[in-house]
Design a protein around this ligand. Structure first.
Ligand code: RBF
Length: 157
């Protein structure tokens, strides 16, 4: 049997965690994510958003949301920009590894639209200012994983 998720979000409940740090960029990611969820059939009323201070705090909020059992998937959005700070690698790694751990612990799909870039300009480009929006990609990946999980659990294609 071959299992595959689909980009059909009808009836799904989705939570979004978004970091306030670099808010100009993360708001664009949030716009991309909510727009993608809507276009793929997720009802606005079935989408909840939780703001956290920075990307370092994303995993805990994602874990809390996933742990409620109310959501089919959680989408995480942040922007870690290298600039001149040695903190960059630590924050980026903690955010990504923490998100992965929260997904494993709960069994709820949690996707990461967390940008890690050298400059704010690069982050803006990946937040849909000129083209693709990584928030939208993370939202569609969440829908795909939620539908894949259902199909695997039910043993059907
Ligand atoms: N959070 C981000 O989401 N993106 C960043 O680029 C970012 N840079 C930071 C740089 C420094 C030097 C510090 C101290 C924090 C930064 N944070 C950033 C915030 C971090 O994710 C977290 O919210 C704070 O460290 C509080 O725990």
């Amino acid at each position: 049997m071959i299992f595959e998720g689909t980009p059909t979000g009808e009836g799904l409940h989705v939570a979004i965690v978004v970091a306030r740090w670099n808010a100009l960029i993360t708001r664009a990611l949030l716009d991309g994510a909510t727009d993608a969820l809507r276009r793929h059939g997720v009802a606005d009323a079935d989408v909840d958003v939780a703001w956290v201070p920075g990307s370092f705090e994303i995993p805990l909020a994602a874990r809390w949301l996933a742990g409620t059992g109310r959501y089919d998937a959680v989408v995480c959005l942040g922007a870690v920009i290298r600039g001149a700070t040695p903190h960059f690698d630590h924050i980026a790694a903690a955010a990504m590894q923490g998100v992965a751990a929260a997904a494993r612990e709960t069994g709820v799909p949690i996707t990461a639209g967390i940008l890690t870039t050298d400059t704010a300009d690069q982050a803006l480009q990946r937040a849909g200012i000129k083209g693709g929006n990584k928030g939208a990609e993370a939202a569609v990946a969440a829908i795909e994983m939620a539908t894949l999980g259902r199909r695997i659990a039910e043993g059907r294609r």
